[in-house]
Design a protein around this ligand. Structure first.
Ligand code: ZN
Length: 498
């Protein structure tokens, strides 16, 4: 019985996945190709499609099937049991959200976004406060329905990082704060001024694009199974290993966003291209979690492309692309790539201060959802925390509490995955260095395939067979911690800001 029932589950799952893939390509098209006038029609198409996906996911035949399999799970193979666990969790969660609440959430998202844009333009949180309060109420309601009796915030976190809870997250992020704050102070107190000349000035955009593409291909991006286009907000999407869509943007005055952005998205792209294509439409297929995905982008962006050995190989080609950099040394480029400067804006933050931006948002959104902080007190809490952690205080709300789109869209529980990604990245990288002797020398020779092969073998190809918790133990022998990241960042800061 179970074998046939599991095959039926896989067939139904594949159809839902196809619909999700269609929505993903329409979403990519919206950001990359669609003329502005197409927005209203696209909104209808995507809303209808997401309704169809929800109907399919909560269809009584599928619900009964996963419940029946769940009861008979002992007769399944371990792989099937894991596939079922993933399917069961997604289906049951979807059934717990009544369509009335789903409709309210989607309406509130549109209204919230529109109001947030206006409020940000006028630099006034007051204009946005009511809509944000309504969103927080709806998310609390969602958490009450989908949670398993624990704190509301845990239920929201689970949507982005399955299995993660505040009980695990709080000590990790507190430890990360403990590592970071004194290092930021060390940078502020240091007399060292890093010269940004290798990246900041005037640089031909086509030359930037050509160089970034060459790096991505050397990392192992297969452009026969992927694309690279331009968009306002860089992302990596598509529909799995054989069709990965990466985007980027370039700035003639500052190369960092373009180059490190392409390397970041290519790290996501390598993960996608390394997944097992044959499992793409099955419950076991796809990436494990947001944080594991982010670990793959951060590992290439920060642990590889901000290393000296990376620039020992690339500096000559980089200078060839930008002849005005003639005479600039590897050392200068490396220092400039690692310059640290506390600022207000998360997306422009350096590797060290970035995590403080995330911890700030995490503490505030956790307290909002848990009812420990009121929306009206949010801007003051934001500014005070920023001043105490980063030593800077935003002059207006657009540089502060209004800078990110996440809360307007109801994405509570998303932010922590960025910092978890940084921690996973450093821990994976230490294991890669141990397993692959002479990795730095390989980078110097332009060999990035060895590292990519190791990541594919140990992380990518397993899809969702392991949980994030199981994976990190399997690959690194330890649970996730801050030690590897602390070693990595401390040595950089000590060397540059001595
Ligand atoms: Zn990313």
């Amino acid at each position: 019985m179970s074998k046939a029932a599991y095959a039926e589950l896989e067939a139904k799952w594949a159809e839902i996945k196809d619909l999700e893939n269609a929505a993903s390509i329409l979403g990519w098209d919206q950001e990359v190709m669609m003329p502005g006038g197409g927005a209203p029609a696209r909104a209808h198409t995507l809303a209808t499609l997401s309704g169809v996906i929800h109907d399919r996911t909560t269809n009584p035949v599928l619900v009964k099937l996963v419940q029946r399999l769940h009861r008979a799970r002992k007769s399944l193979s371990p792989r099937q049991r894991r596939g079922l666990e993933l399917a069961h969790s997604k289906v049951m969660k979807a059934t717990r959200i009544p369509s009335e609440l789903a409709r309210k959430l989607s309406m509130q998202e549109s209204r919230g976004l529109e109001t947030w844009r206006k409020a940000r333009q006028q630099r006034s949180f007051k204009l946005f406060a009511d809509e944000l309060s309504k969103m927080v109420d709806l998310k609390r309601e969602q958490a009450r329905l989908t949670g398993r009796g624990g704190p509301a915030y845990d239920a929201l976190l689970d949507d982005f990082e399955p299995g993660m809870t505040m009980a695990v997250l709080d000590p990790l992020l507190d430890a990360l704060k403990g590592v970071t704050v004194p290092l930021v102070q060390q940078v502020i107190d240091s007399k060292v001024k890093v010269d940004l000349k290798p990246f900041v000035g005037r640089f031909d955009v086509e030359a930037q694009r050509g160089f970034a593409r060459t790096v991505a291909v050397a990392m192992g991006i297969d452009l026969g199974r992927g694309r690279m286009d331009l968009s306002t907000h860089p992302f990596c999407g598509g529909i799995g290993p054989d069709d990965v869509r990466m985007t980027s943007r370039y700035d003639a005055r500052d190369q960092r966003g373009g180059l490190f952005g392409v390397i970041h998205e290519s790290g996501h792209g390598l993960y996608e291209q390394g997944l097992t294509a044959a499992r793409g439409r099955l419950p076991l297929g796809g990436a494990i979690s947001m944080a594991v995905h982010e670990s793959q982008s951060r590992l290439w962006e920060n642990n590889v492309a901000r290393s000296r050995s990376f620039w020992k190989h690339w500096a000559p080609k980089f200078k060839q692309a930008h002849p005005q950099l003639k005479g600039v040394t590897v050392e200068q480029i490396w220092r400039a790539a690692n310059a640290i400067r506390p600022s207000f804006i998360r997306v422009e933050a350096d590797e060290l201060t970035y995590n403080l931006h995330i911890i700030l948002r995490y503490e505030l959104e956790r307290d909002l959802v848990e009812g420990r902080l009121e929306v009206k007190d949010l801007p003051a809490a934001w500014n005070d925390t920023m001043a105490s952690m980063l030593g800077v205080r935003p002059k207006h709300d657009a540089d502060g509490v209004l800078q990110d789109i996440h809360w307007a869209m109801g994405l509570f529980g998303y932010f922590p995955t960025y910092s978890l990604g940084n921690l996973y990245a450093a821990q994976f990288m230490e294991s890669a260095r141990k397993a692959l002797r002479g990795l730095e020398k390989r980078f110097e020779k332009g060999d990035f395939a060895t590292l990519r092969g190791w990541l594919a073998e140990n992380i990518h190809r397993h899809d969702r067979i392991y949980t994030a918790e199981q994976l990190v133990k399997r690959v690194t022998g330890k649970p996730l911690g801050v030690e590897a990241f602390a070693r990595h960042i401390r040595s950089k800061v000590n060397e540059i800001y001595a």
